[in-house]
Design a binder for this molecule. Structure first.
Ligand code: KIV
Ligand code: NA
Length: 264
């Protein structure tokens, strides 16, 4: 298997081949996920919750993400490595360029940012300077306090239209990948069909080009709240590598996510 790049993912979309993404925070898990064939690994700012024990992702710093990106990089042979830009590390385009450079130098292949229209100039500037951008719309957890909780987004027509418009605008600004989180499956399908760039869903139904989950949810070791859209693959397989293989197989076959993991 050769290295996965943003061109590989674009080709997968064009061929209708579903791909799998997973969060990773250290070299050992990254190596296991990579060698089983997970195409995309994300050093998510979810690490604030699953590693650091916070209630949300806001306390995570660029230094935290850079540290875990260096760890994960050492475990990867093939997968595309995305690093999350943390809360307020890209509030201005200038800050975004400085902090994204640190993450790329830590070993990321791409950075991910949460938000829509306000980010367009930042996405263009990063891309022009050689930093590929993954956008993230829907339930963007860094805005949890604006949303008033971790709530499904895009349920009313105005909000749905806005998310679709922002997705198109982010693509036009240069974004090469998009994550859609916790939106109705029908909206995710519309957006996936409207865009030429690959779309990765989490809680966004089965019709996106790829799926992503937090590794702690796949292995059933998240403490507290388990989101409806996640699936514990360790329970059905009893072994970590088999769990990852089951996740990859079900995404490729289109059997995950099922109706029970989906918002309508
Ligand atoms: O931080 C994270 O793990 C994420 C994914 C859930 C998309 O942003
Ligand atoms: Na994140």
């Amino acid at each position: 298997m050769s290295k996965i790049t943003c061109s590989t993912l674009l080709k997968f979309k064009q061929q209708g081949k579903k791909f799998t993404a997973l969060t990773a925070y250290d070299a050992s898990f990254a190596h296991a996920f990579d060698s089983e064939g997970v195409e995309v690994l994300l050093v998510g700012d979810s690490l604030g919750m699953v590693l650091q024990g916070h209630d949300d992702t806001l306390p995570v710093t660029t230094a935290d993400i850079a540290y875990h990106t260096r760890c994960v990089r050492r475990g990867i042979s093939h997968a595309l490595l995305i690093a999350d830009m943390p809360f307020m590390s890209y509030a201005s385009a200038e800050q975004a360029m400085t902090n994204a450079a640190l993450l790329m130098q830590a070993g990321a292949n791409m950075v991910k940012v949460e938000g829509g229209h306000w980010l367009l100039e930042t996405v263009t500037k990063l891309t022009e300077r050689g930093i590929p951008v993954c956008a993230h719309l829907g339930l963007t957890p860094q805005s949890v306090h604006v949303f008033g909780g971790f709530k499904v987004q895009g349920r009313d027509a105005d909000n749905a239209q806005r998310i679709l418009d922002e997705a198109k605008a982010l693509q036009a600004a240069g974004a090469q990948l998009l994550v859609l989180e916790c939106i109705p499956a029908s909206l995710a399908k519309t957006i996936t069909q409207a865009l030429s760039i690959p779309v990765i869903g989490i809680g966004a139904g089965a019709d996106t080009d790829g799926q992503i989950l937090v590794m702690h949810d796949v292995l059933g070791i998240s403490s507290g709240y388990i989101p409806r859209f996640s699936k514990n693959y360790l329970k059905q397989t009893g072994e970590i590598r088999s769990a990852i293989r089951a996740y990859i197989d079900e995404v490729a076959a289109g059997t995950f996510p099922g109706e029970e993991h989906t918002f309508n």
